[in-house]
Write a new protein. Structure first.
Length: 324
């Protein structure tokens, strides 16, 4: 059984929803597919996370985003995007994985885990949050190793190792420390805490390290994870530390494998930037477009909700001339 649609949007994050709204406003039929839940990346954020952006910068589809404070929380964002999807009657297909994309006589045949779609254009707005950078060390497959952090409670009275020194790592280290972790250590490849850590948080983590409340091993890396310990290579030599949980806040990357399967050229630059027209967002594959953070390749801090909302209108303005 197949379903016909003018525009098939892969990714039901805020930018994917914005693309659906733009298509809807232009009189084009749309279907939004996601292998997870609605705004799956935001759902996987820490439970008490607060956005850097103010609520008005996160709005899409002319639906007002009202929050209790200027910078909204994760629960407020989830509620807002549910309201957007409902009020705009967006055609979403959630928990549905795209398996294959073929093109035949200008029509895309998209097979998913549930059915087949025939589409005249495809927009890929998959973000980057689904594929964490792995440590690639023995023991990483153990249940004690987490690449996503939700809340501090499970780590009360536990010995926690936090990998990394960017914003997420620092937040996790500070929160687990303050919520009763028995011991918090940071294992950092670099010589210092990342200079781009939020300016109001950086003094906090540095003070905790200097006073010894949080132990930091710089220019170091975990080499093996065991049930009750971790092996760490430091400038002073290899050490073994008692450990209950490893929180690997090592960052995330786009699904380049999927982009290549669709036929999109990946650049040879250091960020592996996908090929697309910056005026229309169309890739080297005719009628396949990119939207949102995926456009930056490995430079995942180049595009956010607030500066990539415009991609939706740019894409649909180009499609207006092709789809009647």
């Amino acid at each position: 059984m197949s379903e016909n649609t003018d525009v098939l949007i892969i990714g039901a994050g805020p930018i994917g929803l914005a693309c659906g709204i733009a298509a809807q406003d232009a009189g084009l039929s749309h279907t939004i597919i996601d292998k997870g839940c609605l705004v799956n990346s935001i759902y996987n954020y820490p439970h008490n996370m607060t956005f850097f952006s103010t609520s008005d910068r996160l709005e899409i589809g002319r639906v007002p985003f009202i929050s209790h404070n200027p910078k909204p929380t994760r629960p407020e964002a989830l509620e807002y995007y549910r309201r957007v999807a409902t009020s705009r009657q967006l055609n979403t297909r959630l928990y549905e994985n795209v398996l294959e994309v073929k093109k035949d006589h200008g029509i895309f045949l998209v097979n998913t885990s549930k059915q087949t779609y025939l589409a005249r254009a495809i927009i890929i707005a998959t973000g980057f949050y689904d594929l964490p950078y792995l440590l690639n060390i023995p023991g990483e497959e153990l249940p004690k190793v987490k690449h996503y952090y939700d809340e501090p409670h499970p780590y009360f009275d536990m010995r926690v190792a936090v990998v990394g020194a960017a914003n997420s790592s620092v937040d996790v280290a500070l929160e687990t420390f303050r919520k009763g972790a028995k011991e918090v250590v940071m294992v950092v490849r670099e010589k210092e805490i990342n200079p781009r850590v939020k300016y109001w948080v950086r003094p906090d983590i540095e003070n905790r390290i200097n006073e010894g409340s949080i132990k930091a091993y710089f220019e170091s890396q975990i080499t093996r994870i065991e049930e009750k310990s971790i092996d760490v290579r430091t400038p002073e030599g290899d050490i073994t530390l008692p450990n209950d949980f490893v929180l690997a806040m090592t960052g995330y990357q786009p699904d380049f494998t999927f982009l290549k399967k669709v036929g999109i050229n990946i650049g040879t630059d250091e960020y592996m930037t996908p090929e697309y027209d910056e005026h229309t967002m169309e890739t080297n594959v005719e009628n396949v477009y990119l939207a949102g953070v995926i456009c930056g390749g490995l430079k995942t801090n180049a595009w956010f909700i607030e500066n990539s909302r415009v991609h939706a209108d740019m894409i649909v303005n180009d499609l207006r001339t092709k789809i009647r």
